[in-house]
Design a protein around this ligand. Structure first.
Ligand code: SF4
Ligand code: FES
Length: 256
């Protein structure tokens, strides 16, 4: 199949960018979207041109590295998949496909389709972990976890940190991401000791990074490749309010 691509090209954050047209020809419909970009890049390199910069790593929907806005939708037209799991069979012969970077103030552009999502790393560093006593592994049954809490924690832990929730949100809010990170630890007994400080620290770091406020439009849940539920935002708001009411723990607010 053949597609017409309009790709956002921008040398760096300070230079001016724009959409550049490319003809992508003789593509196999079973190719992934990123394989199609590989083909286009090989041709560009052969012609001595600068290849299109884009992020990827696992190409299996696991790592959260990839992410483009495809025809106005973060990760493209299919629901519950990352950009790397989008296949050309989702498009029609001769379609024009507009490819842009995830745009948000807190995700400064590096080049073309690559943005700096290290703000997410700093949010995790602020409290997205548990402190454990080192030593031999505890017996598997020493800490019972109710089934429904285990399942909710696993649902939250599916977040791959891709940033589509931010890219789709009119406020560039990171609430869905932060809510997933708070919840997947706060729901488990292992995360209980730092529950309050975690909710406070992650929210404070999110604000410090310049993400916008949540106005519950729900666009994030729709764009999320892992189907992270808006319910986790409600749960984080609850955990945050409880932590505030209890008073700030001594170690709250430590940023990574
Ligand atoms: S909540 Fe969903 S969209 Fe947001 S970073 Fe996590 S996986 Fe990506
Ligand atoms: S490359 Fe890892 S999720 Fe897409």
């Amino acid at each position: 199949m053949n597609l017409k691509l309009r790709v956002w090209r921008q040398r760096n954050a300070l230079s001016e960018g724009g959409l550049v047209e490319y003809e992508a020809r003789n593509l196999n419909p079973n190719m992934s979207f990123l394989e199609m970009l590989d083909v286009v890049n090989e041709e560009l390199i052969q012609r001595g041109k600068d290849p299109i910069a884009f992020d990827s790593d696992c190409r299996e929907g696991i790592c959260g590295s990839c992410g483009c806005v495809i025809n106005g939708e973060p990760h493209g037209p299919e629901s519950r998949v990352a950009t790397c799991q989008t296949y050309l069979r989702s498009f029609k012969e001769g379609d024009t496909v507009v490819i842009e970077a995830f745009r948000a103030k807190a995700f400064p552009l590096i080049k073309d389709l690559v943005v700096d999502r290290s703000a997410f790393d700093r949010i995790i560093q602020a409290g997205g972990y548990i402190s454990v006593a080192t030593g031999s592994a505890p017996p598997a049954n020493a800490m019972p976890v109710p089934k429904h809490r285990a399942e909710m924690a696993m649902d939250a832990a599916q977040c791959i940190g891709c940033g589509a929730c931010v890219a789709v949100c009119k406020n560039a809010s990171a609430m869905l991401f932060v809510a997933a990170k708070v919840s997947h630890l706060n729901l488990l007994p292992q995360g209980e000791p730092e529950k309050d400080s975690r909710a406070l620290s992650l929210v404070r770091q999110m604000d410090a990074e310049g993400f916008g406020n949540c106005t519950v439009t729900g666009a994030c849940e729709v764009a999320c490749p892992k189907g992270i539920s808006l319910n986790f935002i409600a749960k984080m708001n609850h955990d945050y309010a409880v932590a505030l009411l209890k008073g700030e723990p001594a170690h709250a607010g430590r940023a990574g």
